[in-house]
Ligand binder design. Structure first.
Ligand code: HEC
Ligand code: HEC
Length: 413
């Protein structure tokens, strides 16, 4: 593979940009629950917000964290290594050809800036001046909750909205900020890929304010298959838009309002660039279906035996109830989530104690194969570890063969 000079490769990319203009993201068909033209338009709006809207969070990522300075020194190989994904549909044909021919120097930071100019880095929005300076960066929901199908190369492919980005090392990325002190950076670097701690600090529009210490990073969840689940987050702090508002304002740093007296957090900024977008964003999220387990990825006969165990001897279905495999809506009052004390399921109480409910929601089970590790803190590296956890906690005394059958059933969900 021949790498042509740094200057010329940026030229190739810049030319491609000039020739083809802005490449719009591929319009895949949108099918929502709400049919008809208005419903489809709402979904399209919601998708655009989910993928591309920073809600003005450049006020955090650019003005405070100065990430534009850091990102301009990161080459594409490093960006891919910390889990950032590239949307192949945003790349003009000449760029794809150059990549295929091995003519793009992935060790040149200027290529990262060009990819940002092309709006090709999933979940990161950059503003690039005419002279090629990165002047602003912000992030979108897609950063954490979209991946790509790797169809072009590892980390480069078609967008998979709703899939947790299990490779994304948010802590390592934020630790690049020239504005943070060494102790904070060191703490962020311990989080590792696929994890984030949304209860460690918040941004109030001006300052980063501490919330809880030390940090307790949790797994970034997949967010497909939430239709009918009712309450979101591991601790069911509210219905879906609750989190969107919490994360959009206090974590992403969007310009808007969030208030929850239960956790003593009140952020107000005018104009509110978040709240008016929540309905369309909600519609789009609820349209995201969980991926089906690929044919041949599990043993059908064993899964059928596992399903019987799940319902009967192993007692899983008392909490993981059909159709969504959760009991969060099974309480007497539909506006109050039905939850479990951490001790009841043998979970670490630390994270729940920092949330509004203090308890855990029975996680709806869907697309499990796609997003190891499991449990809110990632304490189970694989599905056998999940089954072993329950076997021990509930004293189930499952045989090795029964455990294997349960795992095959979980793989099929
Ligand atoms: C920095 C990474 C990050 C970003 C950006 C982010 N989230 Fe999340 N998201 C998380 C984490 C971590 C959780 C788990 C929080 C919890 O359960 O307490 C979560 C939880 C969720 C859930 C709940 C999933 C479930 O099973 O109940 C939804 C829905 C969601 N996010 C949607 C969004 C939307 C929409 C945006 C943009 C407004 C967004 N997120 C931005 C990290 C992120
Ligand atoms: C008493 C209620 C209860 C029972 C019984 C129960 N679960 Fe759970 N399950 C939960 C709760 C609550 C969580 C969330 C725990 C966390 O993330 O901290 C969970 C999480 C999970 C997860 C992780 C999902 C993810 O995406 O991270 C899997 C898988 C799972 N349970 C499978 C099972 C299996 C298999 C059984 C039977 C052996 C079982 N559960 C029995 C309540 C229960």
């Amino acid at each position: 593979m021949r790498l042509i000079g740094a200057a010329s490769i940026v030229f190739v990319l810049a030319m491609a940009h000039a020739i083809s203009g802005f490449a719009p993201a591929m319009q895949t068909e949108l099918k929502g629950s709400s049919s008809g033209h208005d419903g489809e338009q709402t979904l399209r709006d919601g998708r655009a917000i989910f993928r591309f809207d920073t809600f003005g969070d450049e006020q955090l990522w650019t003005d405070v964290l100065r990430m534009h300075e850091a990102v301009a020194t990161v080459n594409p190989a490093t960006a891919l290594a910390v889990g950032l994904k590239v949307d192949v549909d945003a790349l003009p044909t000449p760029v794809i050809a150059a990549l295929q021919a091995g003519q793009v120097d992935l060790t040149n930071p200027a290529v990262t800036v060009e990819l940002l100019r092309l709006n090709a880095v999933v979940g990161v929005k950059g503003t690039v001046s005419d002279t090629g300076q990165l002047t602003k960066v912000g992030i979108t929901c897609a950063l954490c909750h979209s991946s790509v199908d790797d169809s072009f190369a590892p980390g480069i492919g078609k967008r998979l909205d709703g899939w947790a980005n299990t490779d994304l090392n948010v802590g390592a990325i934020v630790a690049l900020s020239p504005a943070l002190d060494e102790a904070t950076k060191a703490e962020f670097r311990t989080w590792g890929p696929g994890k984030y701690d949304p209860r460690h600090h918040a941004f109030d529009g001006t300052n980063i304010v501490p919330l809880n210490n030390p940090s307790l990073p949790i797994v970034i969840p997949s967010i497909y298959g939430l239709k009918g689940v009712g309450f979101e987050t591991f601790t069911a702090d509210g219905p879906i838009s609750y989190w969107n508002s919490y994360v959009g304002v206090g974590q992403m740093g969007g310009h808007g309002n969030f208030s929850d007296p239960r956790i003593g957090l009140h952020i107000a900024q005018t104009p509110d660039l978040v709240t008016p977008k929540l309905p369309a964003l909600l519609a789009y999220q609820l349209s995201l279906r969980a991926p089906k387990a690929p044919k041949g990825s599990f043993d059908q006969a064993a899964a059928s035996r596992g399903k019987r165990l799940f319902r009967n001897e192993a007692g899983c279905a008392t909490c993981h109830q059909s159709p969504n495999y959760t009991d969060v809506l099974s309480g007497p009052n539909a506006t109050v989530p039905f939850l479990h004390d951490p001790a009841e399921v043998g979970m670490d109480p630390g994270y729940a104690a920092r949330t509004a409910t203090g308890k855990y929601r029975t996680t709806p089970l869907r697309g499990l194969l796609q997003h190891p590790p499991y449990f809110h803190d990632g304490s189970a590296p694989d599905l056998l570890a999940v089954v072993n956890h329950y076997d021990k906690h509930f004293g189930l005394n499952l045989t090795a063969a029964q455990k294997a059958d349960l795992v095959e059933f979980l793989k099929s969900l």
